[in-house]
Design a protein around this ligand. Structure first.
Ligand SMILES: [Zn+2]
Length: 284
């Protein structure tokens, strides 16, 4: 009897020890939303005419490539995944140059620095399917993929054309998927992280609005704009999927920004990116 009781106590202790060590290894919890910014490199040598600009009209011609992790008390959302898959890095610290893209930093080590592995991620969303955003999308196929129906249909349609690399996101085909039909989605159910449908640049482009306790509301704008000068001139790139939709989507987000006193972070804008802390630091 006594030995049985001892055995039971030992088992309980062992279970507790296991769950405690699990807790020690699990990702850091966050009492209110945070945004971690990951850097992936640059795009240089772009022709400003592609964006309906002359060189002298743009302050900064080169793009940065980035990705974001949003941490919420109820889970995590990875938004975009860089331009170049981490597997393309040689591991010797040298940048990866692929055409106009130069990748200086793999994404997953920055995710790890924030305390997370891809398997920890609850939700994954792309602003859109262009290859400078889908680099590491396959890594997040265990998360629930949040995607607009029109975007997914294009991505998995027959021979999709344009700036697209299906091999980088193919694993999403069988991911658990939350399909939106040109609609917004309150990711964690409390209004603090909302995917907003902004078609135009691609059929199902989307942005994320995040309500932060200290910083206020931030809109991760994806490629709603590429250059800040697009906001002031109303010009859209030459390669929009549906330019008239882009204009409508921009007007909607500009109204949201104004009504909420929000910041709008243009994903490719070097000045916006330079001013933000990088993982493991975060904005909250
Ligand atoms: Zn882009």
């Amino acid at each position: 009897m006594a030995s049985k009781r001892w055995l039971a106590a030992a088992l309980v202790a062992a279970v507790l020890a296991t769950s405690c060590s699990d807790a020690g290894n699990s990702p850091p919890a966050s009492a209110s939303p945070r945004i971690y910014v990951f850097e992936n490199g640059t795009i240089s040598g772009l022709d400003p005419a592609l964006f309906n600009f002359k060189r002298e009209e743009l302050k900064q011609l080169d793009f940065v490539n980035s990705a974001y992790l949003i941490v919420h008390p109820r889970g995590t959302l990875m938004f975009d995944s860089g331009a170049v898959p981490d597997s393309h890095f040689k591991g010797d610290g040298t940048p990866v140059v692929e055409g106009v893209v130069t990748a200086t930093k793999p994404v997953l080590p920055q995710l790890k620095a924030a305390g997370y592995e891809p398997r920890d991620i609850t939700y994954f969303a792309l602003s859109h399917y262009h290859s400078d955003h889908t680099g590491n999308a396959n890594e997040f196929a265990n998360a629930t993929w949040i995607v607009q129906k029109a975007e997914r249909d294009y991505m998995f349609g027959e021979s999709p054309q344009g700036i697209i690399q299906p091999a980088t996101y193919d694993a999403l085909r069988n991911a658990k998927t939350k399909i939106l039909d040109n609609e917004d989605f309150d990711v964690f159910g409390d209004g603090s992280v909302v995917i907003m449908s902004t078609p135009g640049h691609t059929p199902g482009h989307q942005v994320v609005a995040v309500k932060l306790k200290n910083r206020g509301t931030v809109v991760l704008a994806g490629d709603l704009y590429h250059y800040p000068e697009e906001r002031t001139t109303g010009r859209v790139p030459t390669f929009e999927f549906a330019p008239e939709q882009s204009t409508v989507s921009r007007a909607r987000i500009e109204k949201y920004v104004k009504d909420n006193g929000a910041e709008l972070w243009i994903e490719h804008d070097a000045a916006t990116h330079a001013a933000l802390p990088k993982s493991p630091a975060y904005v909250d």
